[in-house]
Design a protein around this ligand. Structure first.
Ligand SMILES: Cc1ncc(COP(=O)(O)O)c(C=O)c1O
Length: 415
């Protein structure tokens, strides 16, 4: 039976129309079922083993091009040892929220390390990057404020803006005229917060931070930058976007990041002035009302920041791999948008082609995943290939050959 958005014609199998919630559930299930029937459903495949640049799935050892292990830190002996020691000392969890029973010595040490790494006065860590954005933005803003957000910002930023109940304004991606217009149009007396990703998680391009900072100062707005994909990636020593542009450390008011991309743990942080962090530690609902980061994750994260500083060769290797990969893909005729980071979109066009290219690649032991609409605009569905410091040039070459063959097989590249 045909379905409509309000379920008027849809049937639940018991002779009753579907209500809108049931209709939504049914629609998604139909999409998943159809992809599975065509053998094109590639999400949620369980890994049996993760080993450097390789992942074993269904008994097949595949070259990994879908992880955020930018500096290849998973399995690093110092990081593993730190997690094991914390597990032995404190166990896998804290039985508490941070403000009550959940703070251990390890959490405090991690916050000190994050603050030092981000050249900030203080820091707060939470149990995921997602809740860090959600909680921080909602804690900072109220009904009479305005939040101005790049259109390609991560979903956790968007959700934080919505949760804050402030006026939510989105500007065209990396368009500084549009940002200035939004700032000019914000009511004079409102609190203004501009939020941007440092590196955009779908396109791999970098925000024009010098201009964003100039505009924020001119229009007296606070600035929050999400460094999920720039820590360990941007800057000569991997300290992130301010190092990349050679800007002073006070240029960003709220320095946000995750402990789940370059850092092989889980969690999120905000670093900034001590007063800001004190405010957030007492008002961020995701901090006050949600369990503390598990001590092994906190210890692994602290050790990871140390390793980034102790082993700068990893950042250099990542940079040369990124250049090699992007250049090689472009020479083969692919559109990689404006990526200049390890997140490299390989544009396929429609959803079907993206699915088929991913399937073709996985069948040849390259583990890469498609990103399709609505996660990205219609017509820009893609493989999102992530290159890391763990790849050798031969491995990158092998992957590119397979992506090229996949592109030809599905008509993204000419034969
Ligand atoms: C830009 C950005 N911010 C925040 C997050 C959320 O971080 P986490 O996965 O640690 O919750 C992500 C995750 O994909 C991200 O890409």
């Amino acid at each position: 039976m045909a379905s409509t958005h309000n379920g008027a014609d849809a049937d639940n199998g018991a002779g009753r129309s579907l209500n809108p919630i049931e209709w939504r559930i049914q629609q998604m299930n139909e999409r998943v079922r159809s992809a599975k029937e065509q053998d094109l459903y590639l999400y949620l495949q369980p890994a049996d083993k993760v080993n450097g640049a390789y992942v074993t799935i269904n008994g097949r050892n595949m070259l990994q091009f879908a992880s955020y292990a930018y500096l290849d830190l998973l399995g690093h002996p110092k990081i593993t040892a730190a997690a094991q020691a914390a597990l032995a000392e404190f166990g896998p969890g804290t039985h508490g929220v941070r403000v009550l029973a959940g703070t251990t010595r390890i959490h405090v040490e991690l916050e000190k390390k994050v603050a030092e790494f981000k050249h900030a006065e203080d820091a707060m860590v939470l149990s995921s990057g997602y809740v860090t954005n959600l909680g921080t933005i909602a804690a900072l803003l109220g009904r009479n404020d305005v939040v101005i957000s790049d259109k390609l910002n991560h979903a956790s930023i968007v959700d934080g803006c919505l949760l804050s109940r402030s006026k939510f304004v989105r500007f065209e991606h990396n368009d500084m005229e549009a940002l200035e217009k939004a700032l000019v149009e914000a009511p004079k007396r409102s609190g203004k917060l501009v939020v941007v990703d440092a590196v955009f998680s779908m396109d791999g391009d970098v925000i024009n931070l010098p201009e964003v900072v100039r505009l924020c100062r001119k229009h007296e707005a606070m600035l929050m930058v999400d460094e999920a994909h720039s820590v360990g990636v941007l800057g000569e020593t991997g300290h992130g976007i301010l190092e990349h542009f050679g800007m002073d450390e006070d240029a960003i008011d709220i320095k946000m990041g995750t402990l789940s991309k370059t850092i092989p743990a889980v969690g999120g942080y905000v670093a900034g002035k001590a007063d800001l962090v004190t405010y957030l530690k007492h008002t961020t609902r995701a901090f006050v009302f949600s369990a503390a980061l598990p001590p092994p994750a906190a210890a692994a994260a602290k050790a990871s920041f140390e390793v980034i500083e102790e082993e700068p060769q990893r950042i250099q290797k990542l940079r040369s791999n990124v250049n090699y990969f992007i250049q090689g893909l472009q020479e083969r005729g692919f559109n990689t948008l404006k990526s200049e980071t390890p997140i490299v979109p390989i544009i396929a066009g429609d959803d079907e082609r993206a699915w088929m290219m991913a399937k073709y690649s996985q069948d040849r032991d390259i583990f890469v995943l498609p990103v399709v609409s609505p996660a990205v605009p219609v017509g820009t569905s893609r493989l999102r290939a992530n290159v890391t410091a763990g790849h050798s040039l031969e491995e990158i070459e092998r992957a590119m050959d397979i992506f090229e063959a996949a592109g030809k097989a599905v008509g993204v590249l000419p034969e």
